[in-house]
Design a protein around this ligand. Structure first.
Ligand code: TEU
Ligand code: CA
Length: 568
């Protein structure tokens, strides 16, 4: 066999050692004092991202939008909303990011459009509109109420039925909206819709963007037989793999190696994810799964808050690690713009403890997440340990999901204080308060009045103060973690194995590969715990790669929220 016939091991994709940073533009930085973050604000803060060392930025939607769901309701896929800037400014931002070696991933929201999108305006002009079939229309059903009611019992994620009448179309038909009534679902069964979306995606890639984060992309395929039934078959229709494969061939082919694609998929299973992300299947690079962020939801709804058992979290994440070990790839996240702040949810955000262990628990969470196998996503503000909003009145909230849920539950007679308590933990606005840049007025986010209140704890928690803390800077710690993934093939690719699955406070696992073995051990509690593994076998003689305490502890004890990474 000659040299060039040798079988080479496949080169791992570039994103296996990359870290992604999510920007929620509205809340990142405001450059023109209207209280809303914008592209100018991002451009002014690129040093922050470069110093952190992230490889990719995922930008939540900045397209033209009536902002019913903060931009997840798009009325023009090829325009920038004036709130955020202009297309020229976008091109500048992209060029500046590329100049600093940072890639840019766009949010792709194509399960639905805004009801103000030209496609829907046309489709809802009447039954004969050539675009009628671009959306999902059904007749109502006679349930003996004197007039037909909704085609089925599907509920909108934002409360109320998932079906509405279009006021302008002069018919009794309903259109489907799995989210707000202002977010009608596109009909992906129609090839014209699919190709219009692919054309738009190609337009952005030709402009230079580096990939897409695809909003609720497993919802584009509805189970057609169920459309008039009452079962929750609104996602993961059997056509889903065909659609994503077709998208891959129509959009990514030929430039796939430079891009990153991640599909947001509520309800996706490990087996599904193996199919979506198997390299040879040419669908997506990775998916956002939801299993671990549902473990603290009670039976009633996502606002039914129940305590998280660490054992469940470990079991869940490790099933995903094992399930995608030989095929596919994981994305890793603990928070985003839809979830509570990870520090308030999984750590000790200091509210009850005077902030004593905020540094320790923020850095522990980061270490545990980043040392799993997969591509980590850092949500803006997590790199300085931002916390939940702490709102106590309903008029402090802006989020459509929050407000609709509150109104609906109030109408059912539920106690206001109880609802506010639930929101204080779970509302999406907890993660959407402005990024805290300084202890100054409005946390340095805006010179005007912010669209959502700044957290009063910005006097203590902010980028400037954090970075001045030196060895106790959360930002510094993230920097080291991100650098570690870049340097260490073991961190990027090493095989994962969970240890001590039944321990309720110790989160321990190993990563193994040709260059050695890593032990990661973290204490998810505010008290000392025994961690005998630290002195067993090879680990007692191992070298400490990273940790969030200075100085030596008794070898087999982990102090409150302590994490240690040991190389053997
Ligand atoms: O989210 C989809 C989703 O399933 C949820 O996480 C959602 O936030 C909601 O809380 C369900 O209870 C995506 C976007 O990330 C979200 O911001 C949008 O509101 C939604 O799709 C609709 O586009
Ligand atoms: Ca602005």
């Amino acid at each position: 066999m000659s040299a060039n016939e040798e079988v080479l091991a496949p080169v791992p994709a570039w994103w296996t050692d990359a870290v992604v940073y999510q920007i929620y533009p509205r809340s990142f930085a405001d450059s023109n004092a209207d209280g809303i973050g914008d592209l100018g604000g991002i451009r002014a803060r690129l040093d922050h991202l470069e110093q952190l060392g992230v490889d990719v930025v995922w930008l939540s939607p900045i397209y033209t939008s009536p902002q019913a769901d903060n931009g997840y309701d798009i009325s023009d896929y090829q325009g920038i909303d004036p709130l955020f800037g202009t297309l020229e400014e976008f091109d500048l931002l992209l060029a500046e990011m590329h100049g600093r070696g940072i890639k840019l991933v766009m949010d792709l929201v194509v399960n639905h459009t805004s009801d103000e999108h030209a496609w829907f305006v046309e489709a809802s002009s009447g039954k004969d509109s050539p675009k009628r079939d671009w959306y999902v229309w059904r007749d109502g059903i006679d349930r003996g109420e004197g007039q037909p009611t909704e085609p089925n019992l599907w509920r909108s994620a934002f409360s109320g039925p998932a079906w509405s009448h279009a006021p302008a179309d002069g018919t009794d038909e309903y259109y489907l909206h799995l989210f707000a009534a202002k977010q009608p679902d596109l009909n992906w069964e129609n090839p014209e819709v699919r190709h219009a979306v692919y054309d738009m995606m190609n337009w952005w890639l030709d402009r230079g963007v580096d990939g897409f984060r695809m909003d609720v992309i497993n919802h584009i395929a509805k189970i057609q037989d169920d459309l008039t039934g009452d079962s929750p078959g609104f996602r993961m229709g059997p056509q889903i793999h065909d659609y994503l494969h077709e998208m891959n061939l129509s959009v990514f082919a030929g430039r796939d190696a430079e891009l990153i694609t991640v599909g947001e998929m509520p309800g996706v299973t490990v087996d599904d994810a193996r199919l979506f992300t198997g390299v040879d299947r040419l669908e997506l690079d990775m998916v956002f799964q939801f299993e671990h962020v549902g473990l603290d939801h009670g039976p009633a709804s996502k606002f039914d808050n129940v305590p998280l058992d660490l054992r469940d979290l470990k079991r869940s994440l490790s099933r995903w690690q094992t399930g995608l070990a030989d095929q596919g790839w994981n994305s890793l996240y603990l928070g985003n713009h839809d979830q509570p702040r990870s520090l308030s949810r999984f750590g000790d955000d200091g509210e009850a403890t005077d902030g004593r262990l905020r540094y320790e628990s923020a850095t522990l969470l980061a270490t545990i997440l980043h040392l799993h196998r997969g591509t980590p996503y850092v949500y803006q503000g997590d790199e300085i340990g931002m916390t939940n909003a702490g709102f106590t009145r309903i008029d402090q909230y802006q989020d459509i999901e929050t407000l609709n849920w509150f109104a609906e539950e109030r109408a059912l007679g539920r106690d206001e204080a109880e609802l506010l308590e639930a929101l204080r933990f779970r509302s999406r606005d907890n993660a959407r308060t402005p990024v805290q840049w300084s202890a100054g007025s409005q946390a340095g986010f805006t010179e005007g009045t912010p669209w959502l209140e700044v957290n009063p704890n910005h006097d203590v928690i902010n980028v400037e103060s954090d970075r001045a803390l030196g060895s106790r800077s959360i930002f510094e710690f993230y920097r080291r973690l991100i650098a570690l993934r870049h340097e260490s093939p073991l961190v990027a690719l090493g095989e994962f194995a969970l240890l001590e699955p039944d321990d309720p406070t110790l989160y321990a696992f190993t990563r193994s590969g040709d260059s050695g073995r890593l032990l990661v051990a973290g204490n998810f509690s505010g008290s000392d715990i025994e961690a005998p593994i630290l002195v067993e076998g090879p680990w007692s003689a191992g070298s400490r790669l990273l940790g969030n305490y200075e100085g030596d502890a008794p070898a087999a004890v982990l102090r409150p929220w302590e994490v240690r990474v040991i190389l053997a």
